[in-house]
Design a protein around this ligand. Structure first.
Ligand code: BGC
Length: 402
Protein backbone atom coordinates (compact mmCIF):
# COMPACT_ATOMS: atom_id res chain seq x y z
CA UNK A 1 0.00 0.00 0.00
CA UNK A 2 1.27 3.45 -0.72
CA UNK A 3 -0.14 6.93 -0.77
CA UNK A 4 -0.85 6.89 -4.49
CA UNK A 5 -2.59 3.52 -4.68
CA UNK A 6 -5.54 4.66 -2.65
CA UNK A 7 -5.94 8.25 -3.68
CA UNK A 8 -9.64 7.83 -2.95
CA UNK A 9 -8.96 7.46 0.74
CA UNK A 10 -6.77 10.48 0.91
CA UNK A 11 -9.36 12.56 -0.89
CA UNK A 12 -12.37 11.23 0.95
CA UNK A 13 -10.90 11.24 4.41
CA UNK A 14 -8.56 14.17 4.18
CA UNK A 15 -6.06 11.72 5.58
CA UNK A 16 -2.68 10.62 4.42
CA UNK A 17 -2.04 6.96 4.73
CA UNK A 18 1.16 6.43 6.68
CA UNK A 19 1.99 2.83 6.13
CA UNK A 20 4.49 0.48 7.64
CA UNK A 21 6.73 1.25 4.69
CA UNK A 22 10.39 0.37 4.40
CA UNK A 23 11.10 -3.20 5.32
CA UNK A 24 7.50 -3.76 6.43
CA UNK A 25 6.29 -4.29 2.91
CA UNK A 26 2.78 -5.73 3.01
CA UNK A 27 2.01 -9.03 1.30
CA UNK A 28 1.07 -8.29 -2.24
CA UNK A 29 2.46 -4.79 -1.77
CA UNK A 30 2.83 -2.43 -4.66
CA UNK A 31 3.26 -5.12 -7.26
CA UNK A 32 -0.20 -6.52 -6.60
CA UNK A 33 -1.96 -3.21 -6.21
CA UNK A 34 -2.75 -3.23 -9.92
CA UNK A 35 -6.19 -4.68 -9.43
CA UNK A 36 -9.21 -3.89 -11.43
CA UNK A 37 -8.41 -2.03 -14.60
CA UNK A 38 -10.97 -0.53 -16.91
CA UNK A 39 -11.13 -3.63 -19.10
CA UNK A 40 -12.40 -5.76 -16.21
CA UNK A 41 -16.02 -5.07 -15.57
CA UNK A 42 -17.47 -8.57 -15.51
CA UNK A 43 -20.31 -9.06 -13.10
CA UNK A 44 -20.73 -12.41 -11.40
CA UNK A 45 -24.45 -12.85 -10.98
CA UNK A 46 -23.86 -15.23 -8.08
CA UNK A 47 -22.58 -12.35 -5.95
CA UNK A 48 -25.52 -10.02 -5.55
CA UNK A 49 -26.75 -7.86 -2.73
CA UNK A 50 -29.66 -9.20 -0.66
CA UNK A 51 -33.13 -7.99 -1.47
CA UNK A 52 -33.68 -4.68 0.35
CA UNK A 53 -37.32 -5.59 0.99
CA UNK A 54 -36.15 -8.35 3.37
CA UNK A 55 -34.60 -5.68 5.58
CA UNK A 56 -37.60 -3.36 5.77
CA UNK A 57 -39.16 -4.17 9.12
CA UNK A 58 -39.64 -2.88 12.65
CA UNK A 59 -37.38 -3.92 15.53
CA UNK A 60 -37.95 -2.58 19.06
CA UNK A 61 -40.52 -0.19 17.56
CA UNK A 62 -37.99 1.32 15.15
CA UNK A 63 -37.80 0.97 11.36
CA UNK A 64 -35.00 -1.07 9.84
CA UNK A 65 -33.77 -0.92 6.27
CA UNK A 66 -30.86 -1.71 3.95
CA UNK A 67 -28.62 0.98 2.47
CA UNK A 68 -26.84 0.20 -0.77
CA UNK A 69 -23.47 1.80 -1.56
CA UNK A 70 -22.09 1.79 -5.11
CA UNK A 71 -18.92 3.10 -6.61
CA UNK A 72 -17.45 3.77 -10.04
CA UNK A 73 -15.86 0.33 -10.59
CA UNK A 74 -19.11 -1.48 -9.68
CA UNK A 75 -17.95 -2.57 -6.21
CA UNK A 76 -20.94 -2.54 -3.87
CA UNK A 77 -21.76 -2.69 -0.20
CA UNK A 78 -24.94 -3.10 1.81
CA UNK A 79 -25.38 -1.80 5.34
CA UNK A 80 -28.38 -2.17 7.62
CA UNK A 81 -29.22 0.21 10.45
CA UNK A 82 -29.85 -2.83 12.71
CA UNK A 83 -26.52 -2.85 14.55
CA UNK A 84 -25.03 -0.54 11.86
CA UNK A 85 -23.97 -3.80 10.22
CA UNK A 86 -22.06 -4.36 7.03
CA UNK A 87 -24.24 -7.00 5.36
CA UNK A 88 -22.43 -7.47 2.04
CA UNK A 89 -19.26 -6.26 0.39
CA UNK A 90 -18.79 -7.07 -3.29
CA UNK A 91 -15.28 -6.54 -4.66
CA UNK A 92 -13.50 -7.82 -7.78
CA UNK A 93 -11.40 -10.98 -7.87
CA UNK A 94 -8.45 -11.67 -10.17
CA UNK A 95 -10.80 -12.55 -13.04
CA UNK A 96 -12.83 -9.38 -12.59
CA UNK A 97 -15.85 -11.14 -11.10
CA UNK A 98 -17.56 -9.64 -8.08
CA UNK A 99 -17.15 -11.66 -4.89
CA UNK A 100 -19.04 -11.09 -1.64
CA UNK A 101 -16.23 -11.15 0.92
CA UNK A 102 -18.21 -10.79 4.17
CA UNK A 103 -20.45 -13.26 5.98
CA UNK A 104 -23.99 -12.12 6.59
CA UNK A 105 -27.67 -12.96 6.43
CA UNK A 106 -30.22 -12.14 3.77
CA UNK A 107 -33.00 -10.80 6.01
CA UNK A 108 -33.44 -8.70 9.11
CA UNK A 109 -35.19 -11.58 10.90
CA UNK A 110 -32.08 -13.73 10.70
CA UNK A 111 -29.91 -10.97 12.19
CA UNK A 112 -32.33 -10.49 15.07
CA UNK A 113 -32.64 -14.21 15.83
CA UNK A 114 -28.98 -15.31 15.48
CA UNK A 115 -27.76 -13.57 18.59
CA UNK A 116 -24.58 -15.58 19.03
CA UNK A 117 -22.79 -13.81 16.21
CA UNK A 118 -21.66 -10.29 15.43
CA UNK A 119 -21.59 -10.52 11.64
CA UNK A 120 -20.57 -7.12 10.26
CA UNK A 121 -21.70 -5.32 13.41
CA UNK A 122 -20.43 -2.13 14.92
CA UNK A 123 -19.39 -3.39 18.32
CA UNK A 124 -19.68 -1.19 21.40
CA UNK A 125 -19.80 0.44 23.82
CA UNK A 126 -16.66 -1.59 24.52
CA UNK A 127 -15.47 -3.92 21.79
CA UNK A 128 -13.75 -7.03 23.20
CA UNK A 129 -13.57 -8.13 26.84
CA UNK A 130 -13.72 -6.34 30.18
CA UNK A 131 -12.56 -8.63 32.99
CA UNK A 132 -15.37 -9.81 35.25
CA UNK A 133 -17.51 -6.99 33.80
CA UNK A 134 -16.08 -4.44 36.23
CA UNK A 135 -14.19 -1.18 35.81
CA UNK A 136 -13.79 2.22 37.44
CA UNK A 137 -13.98 5.70 36.01
CA UNK A 138 -13.02 8.65 38.26
CA UNK A 139 -12.87 6.22 41.19
CA UNK A 140 -16.48 5.08 40.78
CA UNK A 141 -17.11 1.39 40.07
CA UNK A 142 -19.38 0.13 37.27
CA UNK A 143 -20.72 -3.39 36.66
CA UNK A 144 -21.58 -4.87 33.27
CA UNK A 145 -23.44 -7.99 32.22
CA UNK A 146 -21.31 -11.16 32.20
CA UNK A 147 -22.23 -12.44 28.73
CA UNK A 148 -18.99 -14.37 28.11
CA UNK A 149 -18.32 -15.91 31.51
CA UNK A 150 -16.55 -14.76 33.57
CA UNK A 151 -16.22 -11.56 31.49
CA UNK A 152 -18.24 -8.97 29.62
CA UNK A 153 -17.84 -9.14 25.84
CA UNK A 154 -18.61 -6.65 23.06
CA UNK A 155 -20.76 -4.23 25.05
CA UNK A 156 -22.87 -6.74 26.97
CA UNK A 157 -26.19 -8.46 26.45
CA UNK A 158 -27.48 -5.94 23.97
CA UNK A 159 -24.50 -4.11 22.55
CA UNK A 160 -24.44 -1.68 19.64
CA UNK A 161 -24.73 -4.55 17.16
CA UNK A 162 -28.21 -5.42 18.44
CA UNK A 163 -29.85 -2.00 18.55
CA UNK A 164 -31.52 -0.01 15.79
CA UNK A 165 -29.52 3.02 14.65
CA UNK A 166 -30.79 6.04 12.72
CA UNK A 167 -29.52 5.87 9.16
CA UNK A 168 -29.10 8.55 6.52
CA UNK A 169 -27.76 7.91 3.04
CA UNK A 170 -25.32 10.75 2.35
CA UNK A 171 -24.36 9.95 -1.25
CA UNK A 172 -24.57 6.94 -3.59
CA UNK A 173 -21.43 5.67 -1.89
CA UNK A 174 -21.82 6.64 1.76
CA UNK A 175 -24.19 6.20 4.67
CA UNK A 176 -24.18 7.71 8.14
CA UNK A 177 -25.58 5.92 11.19
CA UNK A 178 -26.16 7.50 14.58
CA UNK A 179 -27.12 6.09 17.95
CA UNK A 180 -27.66 7.58 21.39
CA UNK A 181 -26.59 5.14 24.08
CA UNK A 182 -28.29 6.34 27.24
CA UNK A 183 -26.58 6.87 30.59
CA UNK A 184 -26.60 3.48 32.34
CA UNK A 185 -27.35 1.44 29.21
CA UNK A 186 -25.71 -1.98 29.66
CA UNK A 187 -24.15 -0.53 32.84
CA UNK A 188 -21.96 2.11 31.15
CA UNK A 189 -21.93 5.72 32.42
CA UNK A 190 -22.89 8.76 30.35
CA UNK A 191 -25.19 9.56 27.47
CA UNK A 192 -22.99 8.65 24.52
CA UNK A 193 -23.78 9.98 21.02
CA UNK A 194 -22.18 7.80 18.37
CA UNK A 195 -21.84 8.38 14.64
CA UNK A 196 -20.46 5.85 12.18
CA UNK A 197 -20.02 6.59 8.48
CA UNK A 198 -19.36 3.93 5.84
CA UNK A 199 -17.87 5.20 2.56
CA UNK A 200 -17.15 3.01 -0.44
CA UNK A 201 -14.63 4.18 -3.01
CA UNK A 202 -12.59 3.06 -5.97
CA UNK A 203 -9.65 4.10 -8.05
CA UNK A 204 -7.45 2.43 -10.65
CA UNK A 205 -6.04 0.11 -8.00
CA UNK A 206 -9.26 -1.35 -6.67
CA UNK A 207 -11.95 -0.62 -4.09
CA UNK A 208 -11.94 0.57 -0.51
CA UNK A 209 -14.39 0.71 2.36
CA UNK A 210 -13.70 3.37 4.94
CA UNK A 211 -15.36 3.49 8.35
CA UNK A 212 -15.28 6.74 10.33
CA UNK A 213 -16.27 6.61 14.00
CA UNK A 214 -17.14 9.62 16.15
CA UNK A 215 -18.58 9.92 19.68
CA UNK A 216 -19.17 12.38 22.50
CA UNK A 217 -20.36 11.85 26.06
CA UNK A 218 -21.87 13.94 28.88
CA UNK A 219 -20.13 11.91 31.64
CA UNK A 220 -16.70 10.25 31.67
CA UNK A 221 -16.99 6.75 30.21
CA UNK A 222 -15.01 4.02 28.45
CA UNK A 223 -15.33 3.35 24.75
CA UNK A 224 -13.82 0.97 22.20
CA UNK A 225 -15.65 0.84 18.88
CA UNK A 226 -14.84 -1.58 16.10
CA UNK A 227 -16.40 -3.36 13.16
CA UNK A 228 -16.85 -7.11 13.46
CA UNK A 229 -16.96 -8.13 9.77
CA UNK A 230 -16.24 -11.81 9.17
CA UNK A 231 -14.14 -11.95 5.99
CA UNK A 232 -13.52 -14.76 3.56
CA UNK A 233 -11.63 -13.37 0.58
CA UNK A 234 -12.57 -16.37 -1.55
CA UNK A 235 -16.23 -15.52 -0.98
CA UNK A 236 -18.43 -15.82 2.12
CA UNK A 237 -19.17 -19.42 3.06
CA UNK A 238 -16.73 -20.78 0.47
CA UNK A 239 -14.67 -22.96 2.79
CA UNK A 240 -11.65 -22.73 5.05
CA UNK A 241 -9.67 -19.54 5.53
CA UNK A 242 -6.63 -21.55 6.63
CA UNK A 243 -4.93 -21.08 3.26
CA UNK A 244 -5.34 -17.31 3.21
CA UNK A 245 -1.97 -15.58 3.66
CA UNK A 246 -1.90 -13.08 6.52
CA UNK A 247 0.65 -10.42 7.32
CA UNK A 248 0.38 -8.17 10.38
CA UNK A 249 2.23 -4.97 11.17
CA UNK A 250 2.99 -6.23 14.66
CA UNK A 251 6.09 -7.58 16.34
CA UNK A 252 4.36 -7.87 19.73
CA UNK A 253 0.97 -8.99 21.03
CA UNK A 254 -0.95 -9.09 24.31
CA UNK A 255 -0.97 -12.69 25.63
CA UNK A 256 -4.08 -13.71 27.55
CA UNK A 257 -5.17 -15.86 30.46
CA UNK A 258 -7.49 -18.83 29.99
CA UNK A 259 -10.52 -16.48 29.87
CA UNK A 260 -8.94 -14.41 27.06
CA UNK A 261 -8.16 -11.42 29.28
CA UNK A 262 -4.69 -9.95 28.58
CA UNK A 263 -2.17 -10.69 31.30
CA UNK A 264 -0.91 -7.09 30.97
CA UNK A 265 2.36 -8.16 29.37
CA UNK A 266 3.34 -7.21 25.85
CA UNK A 267 5.40 -10.00 24.35
CA UNK A 268 7.34 -10.48 21.11
CA UNK A 269 5.73 -12.64 18.43
CA UNK A 270 9.10 -13.85 17.12
CA UNK A 271 9.49 -17.61 17.37
CA UNK A 272 5.80 -18.16 18.18
CA UNK A 273 2.69 -19.02 16.10
CA UNK A 274 1.83 -15.31 16.44
CA UNK A 275 4.59 -14.22 14.12
CA UNK A 276 2.82 -12.90 11.01
CA UNK A 277 5.52 -10.36 10.20
CA UNK A 278 5.86 -11.97 6.79
CA UNK A 279 2.93 -13.39 4.77
CA UNK A 280 2.00 -16.72 6.38
CA UNK A 281 -0.87 -19.17 5.86
CA UNK A 282 -3.38 -18.66 8.66
CA UNK A 283 -3.65 -22.40 9.23
CA UNK A 284 0.03 -23.29 9.24
CA UNK A 285 0.41 -23.14 13.05
CA UNK A 286 -3.21 -22.90 14.11
CA UNK A 287 -3.29 -26.21 15.98
CA UNK A 288 0.09 -25.90 17.64
CA UNK A 289 0.56 -26.87 21.28
CA UNK A 290 1.37 -23.26 22.24
CA UNK A 291 -0.65 -22.46 25.38
CA UNK A 292 -1.91 -19.17 23.93
CA UNK A 293 -3.29 -21.05 20.93
CA UNK A 294 -4.95 -23.49 23.34
CA UNK A 295 -6.58 -20.62 25.27
CA UNK A 296 -7.94 -19.07 22.07
CA UNK A 297 -8.88 -22.44 20.51
CA UNK A 298 -6.82 -21.02 17.66
CA UNK A 299 -6.28 -17.32 17.02
CA UNK A 300 -8.31 -14.94 19.15
CA UNK A 301 -5.68 -12.40 20.20
CA UNK A 302 -4.88 -8.71 20.14
CA UNK A 303 -1.77 -7.62 18.26
CA UNK A 304 0.03 -4.40 19.12
CA UNK A 305 0.42 -2.42 15.91
CA UNK A 306 3.77 -0.80 15.23
CA UNK A 307 3.41 2.95 15.46
CA UNK A 308 2.72 4.77 12.20
CA UNK A 309 4.95 7.45 10.79
CA UNK A 310 2.45 10.28 10.81
CA UNK A 311 -1.02 11.32 11.84
CA UNK A 312 -2.99 9.41 9.19
CA UNK A 313 -3.96 5.79 8.80
CA UNK A 314 -1.35 3.24 9.74
CA UNK A 315 -0.95 -0.04 7.84
CA UNK A 316 -2.23 -2.84 10.09
CA UNK A 317 -2.70 -6.00 8.03
CA UNK A 318 -2.67 -7.54 4.58
CA UNK A 319 -4.53 -10.71 3.65
CA UNK A 320 -4.50 -12.64 0.37
CA UNK A 321 -7.39 -14.91 -0.64
CA UNK A 322 -5.63 -18.00 -2.00
CA UNK A 323 -8.24 -18.75 -4.65
CA UNK A 324 -9.68 -15.37 -5.56
CA UNK A 325 -6.40 -13.47 -5.61
CA UNK A 326 -8.16 -10.73 -3.64
CA UNK A 327 -5.76 -8.75 -1.49
CA UNK A 328 -7.22 -6.88 1.49
CA UNK A 329 -5.17 -4.26 3.26
CA UNK A 330 -6.34 -2.85 6.57
CA UNK A 331 -5.26 0.61 7.71
CA UNK A 332 -6.31 2.26 10.94
CA UNK A 333 -5.72 4.89 13.59
CA UNK A 334 -6.22 2.32 16.36
CA UNK A 335 -3.24 0.94 18.34
CA UNK A 336 -4.30 -2.72 18.15
CA UNK A 337 -6.02 -5.37 16.06
CA UNK A 338 -7.84 -8.49 17.25
CA UNK A 339 -7.23 -11.40 14.91
CA UNK A 340 -10.05 -13.89 15.41
CA UNK A 341 -9.96 -16.98 13.23
CA UNK A 342 -13.58 -18.12 13.42
CA UNK A 343 -12.89 -20.73 16.11
CA UNK A 344 -16.41 -20.49 17.50
CA UNK A 345 -18.20 -20.74 14.17
CA UNK A 346 -20.57 -23.69 14.24
CA UNK A 347 -22.07 -24.12 10.78
CA UNK A 348 -25.60 -23.64 12.06
CA UNK A 349 -26.26 -20.18 10.67
CA UNK A 350 -27.73 -19.93 7.18
CA UNK A 351 -25.66 -17.29 5.39
CA UNK A 352 -26.65 -15.35 2.28
CA UNK A 353 -27.07 -17.44 -0.88
CA UNK A 354 -27.62 -20.60 1.15
CA UNK A 355 -23.99 -20.76 2.34
CA UNK A 356 -22.98 -21.95 5.82
CA UNK A 357 -20.89 -20.39 8.56
CA UNK A 358 -18.73 -23.48 9.07
CA UNK A 359 -15.84 -23.68 11.56
CA UNK A 360 -12.98 -21.36 10.58
CA UNK A 361 -14.52 -20.26 7.29
CA UNK A 362 -14.09 -16.57 8.10
CA UNK A 363 -11.69 -14.36 10.01
CA UNK A 364 -12.09 -11.02 11.76
CA UNK A 365 -9.53 -8.25 11.98
CA UNK A 366 -11.03 -5.92 14.55
CA UNK A 367 -9.10 -2.66 14.80
CA UNK A 368 -9.31 -1.53 18.39
CA UNK A 369 -7.74 -0.52 21.69
CA UNK A 370 -6.51 -3.51 23.65
CA UNK A 371 -8.97 -5.76 25.50
CA UNK A 372 -9.65 -4.91 29.16
CA UNK A 373 -7.88 -1.55 28.87
CA UNK A 374 -10.09 0.04 31.57
CA UNK A 375 -8.40 -2.32 34.07
CA UNK A 376 -4.86 -2.07 32.65
CA UNK A 377 -3.39 1.39 33.29
CA UNK A 378 -0.32 0.50 31.21
CA UNK A 379 -2.46 0.11 28.04
CA UNK A 380 -3.48 3.14 25.93
CA UNK A 381 -6.51 4.70 27.61
CA UNK A 382 -10.08 4.07 26.45
CA UNK A 383 -11.62 6.80 28.59
CA UNK A 384 -13.70 9.49 26.94
CA UNK A 385 -14.42 12.67 28.87
CA UNK A 386 -17.16 15.23 28.33
CA UNK A 387 -16.04 18.00 25.98
CA UNK A 388 -13.73 15.64 24.07
CA UNK A 389 -14.53 14.08 20.71
CA UNK A 390 -13.66 10.43 20.05
CA UNK A 391 -12.69 10.11 16.39
CA UNK A 392 -11.10 7.17 14.64
CA UNK A 393 -10.97 5.78 11.12
CA UNK A 394 -10.30 2.33 9.69
CA UNK A 395 -10.17 1.40 6.01
CA UNK A 396 -10.22 -1.92 4.16
CA UNK A 397 -8.65 -1.70 0.72
CA UNK A 398 -9.08 -4.33 -1.95
CA UNK A 399 -6.89 -5.07 -4.96
CA UNK A 400 -5.85 -8.32 -6.67
CA UNK A 401 -2.77 -10.44 -7.14
CA UNK A 402 -2.99 -11.99 -10.57
C1 BGC B 1 -13.84 -12.45 20.15
C2 BGC B 1 -14.14 -13.93 20.18
C3 BGC B 1 -15.61 -14.08 20.04
C4 BGC B 1 -16.03 -13.46 18.75
C5 BGC B 1 -17.51 -13.54 18.58
C6 BGC B 1 -14.28 -11.91 18.83
O1 BGC B 1 -14.04 -10.54 18.78
O2 BGC B 1 -12.48 -12.19 20.37
O3 BGC B 1 -13.69 -14.50 21.36
O4 BGC B 1 -15.99 -15.42 20.06
O5 BGC B 1 -15.65 -12.12 18.72
O6 BGC B 1 -17.85 -13.24 17.31
Amino acid sequence: MNKISFAFLVAAAGLMTSCGGGSDKPAGGDSTAKAVDSTVKAFDASAILPDSASFRSTVDGKPTTLYVLKTSNNAQAAVTNYGARLVSLLVHDKKGALIDVVDGYDSIGKYVNQKETYFGAIVGRYGNRIAKGKFKVNGKGYTLAINNAPNSLHGGTKGFGAVVWTGRQLTDSSVELTYLSKDGEEGYPGNLSVKVTYTLGADANGSALKIDYEATTDKATVLNLTNHAYFNLNGQGSGTINNHLLQLNADTYTPVDSTLIPTGKIEPVAGTPFDFQTPTAIGSRIDSSNIQIKYGKGYDHNFVLKAGKGPGLNWAATVLGDQSGIVMQVATQEPGIQFYGGNFMTGVSPLKAGKKDDYRTAFCLETQHYPNSPNQPSFPTTELKPGKVYKTTTAYMFSVKK
